[in-house]
Write a protein that binds this ligand. Structure first.
Ligand SMILES: [Zn+2]
Length: 147
């Protein structure tokens, strides 16, 4: 089992690795199934929290892809080699916020999640940004080890 409070994960080929820190056990994380057209296609489930942090390590920065659509207030970070999307990020007032795709954690079979559906279609952009600032991971670092 991962050390309490520190959870590792990454894309499938290992180009993107991360450490997610939280004070809560996985069954107490908010885990949301986003019902937007992109996340439904991927089957992505997200967690975040004001008391969490995410440190991403990128081995080959040329293989880090970002994808934005619709309001383009968020971008999805994906590995170009294996195609796995690990998190969605958003910049607000000069700070990067994120939600983590929990399906990319190592040893997910040992973790228990309570998943709820979230439908954000039709939400006003202002409300959306305010919600992210409140609920998303506020401490996000991306390290490029080939830079
Ligand atoms: Zn990969």
């Amino acid at each position: 089992m991962t050390e309490p409070g520190r959870y590792e994960g990454g894309c499938h080929c290992g180009n993107l690795r991360y450490e997610f820190r939280t004070s809560r056990a996985s069954r107490d994380w908010p885990v949301r199934r986003c019902t937007c057209s992109y996340c439904v296609r991927l089957g992505a489930h997200y967690t975040s929290g004001a008391d969490t942090s995410l440190e991403v390590t990128v081995a080959d920065s040329s293989a880090l892809a970002r994808y934005g659509f619709a309001t383009r207030t968020a971008e999805f970070f994906r590995c170009r080699k294996c195609g796995v999307m690990i998190f969605a990020g958003c910049e607000l007032a000069g700070r990067r916020y994120a939600v983590l795709n929990v399906n990319t954690l190592d040893r997910t079979s040992e973790l228990e999640f309570n998943v709820v559906d979230m439908d954000f279609d039709g939400e006003q952009v202002g409300n959306r940004l305010e919600r992210r600032q409140r609920n998303w991971i506020p401490d996000v670092n991306i390290r490029f080890i080939d830079a």
